[in-house]
Write a protein that binds this ligand. Structure first.
Ligand SMILES: N[C@H](CCC[C@H](N)C(=O)O)C(=O)O
Length: 284
């Protein structure tokens, strides 16, 4: 019987099964199917996916993230905060500020420590990718996708698309409590205009530094929070003149709040909690 030790952690209720690949060995060919199995709340552990904390040649640690459908994502904001917490608390890094490698490049983490435990984490997520080709999205000629008409099943919408290393499309709504998350979300996730699929976000603007946010995630469906999605929502809101550049913006997600700033230098900074739920051994 094969097995590996895991730590279940969450960022605002967006939980993953974390595996320390400095200590565990799992065949590459099994990673996708294992992500599906461990995510199952009935026959597995229960989570939005699986995250591997791996050795890296360019940073103290590398994060790989697998959604609950087994697809591998290229970035994960809530995951990065939990990886930073894990790395610091397990002595994998000595400084409170350090780099983490992702499939979409290097990001910088800064942990807040109280009595030896990481209570909050800031991630410099780097620059958003705004070109249509970088999302990626196919369709009109305009280089960026900002307030673009978008038809779905004969209904007209307006979208803005942003990549944080992974693809996001933002719909603005008047009332977040009635956003079509579970009806429009799964349709747009697989829309052919997004060749790699897309994370689908719904945003209600409160004022120039406050948003309400819900998400249908590519590969995981409805989650309590999406860190990269919240970053994309802030960038989209600045591009649409709805929130202020270089100003801390509170994003209210179902699982709690993130503080996000798109700085004048161009980077997106995200601050929020990261929590450990439990540890255990998974048999497969
Ligand atoms: N579903 C995403 C990966 C997880 C992102 C999200 N959980 C976050 O916190 O950023 C994707 O396939 O791009």
């Amino acid at each position: 019987m094969n097995k590996f030790s895991f730590t279940k952690m969450h960022g605002l209720g967006n939980s993953y099964i974390y595996v320390n690949m400095f200590e565990e060995t799992i065949p590459e060919s099994l990673l996708s199917s294992l992500a599906v199995k461990v995510s199952n709340v009935n026959t597995g552990i229960g989570a939005d996916g699986m995250i591997l904390i791996c050795p890296s040649e360019v940073a103290p640690v590398k994060m790989r993230i697998f959604n609950s459908d087994g697809s591998e994502g290229k970035n994960c904001g809530n995951g990065l905060r939990c990886v930073a917490k894990y790395a610091y608390e397990h002595g994998m890094v000595k400084d409170r500020s350090f780099f983490i490698e992702t499939l979409s490049g290097l990001v910088k983490a800064e942990v807040t420590v109280e009595n030896g435990a990481v209570t909050n984490v800031t991630i410099d997520m780097g620059k958003p990718r705004l070109k249509r080709s970088e999302i990626p999205m196919i369709g009109l000629d305009a280089e960026r996708v900002v307030a673009e008409p978008f038809e779905v099943d004969g209904k007209q919408y307006e979208i803005t698309a942003v990549s944080m290393g992974n693809p996001h499309v933002i719909f603005y709504v008047d009332d977040i409590t009635t956003a079509p998350v579970t009806t429009l979300g799964p349709i747009v996730e697989k829309d052919e205009r997004f060749p790699e699929g897309v994370n689908v976000e719904f945003v209600e603007v409160v004022n120039d530094h406050e948003l309400h946010f819900r998400v249908w995630e590519r590969g995981s469906g409805v989650t309590q929070a999406c860190g990269t999605g919240a970053c994309a929502a802030v960038v989209a809101s600045v591009l649409n003149g709805k929130t202020a550049r270089n100003k801390e913006t509170v994003v209210h997600l179902a699982g709690g709040d993130l503080i996000i700033t798109w700085t004048d230098e161009g980077n997106v900074r995200m601050t929020g909690p990261a929590e450990t739920i439990c540890t255990g051994v998974y048999y497969y």
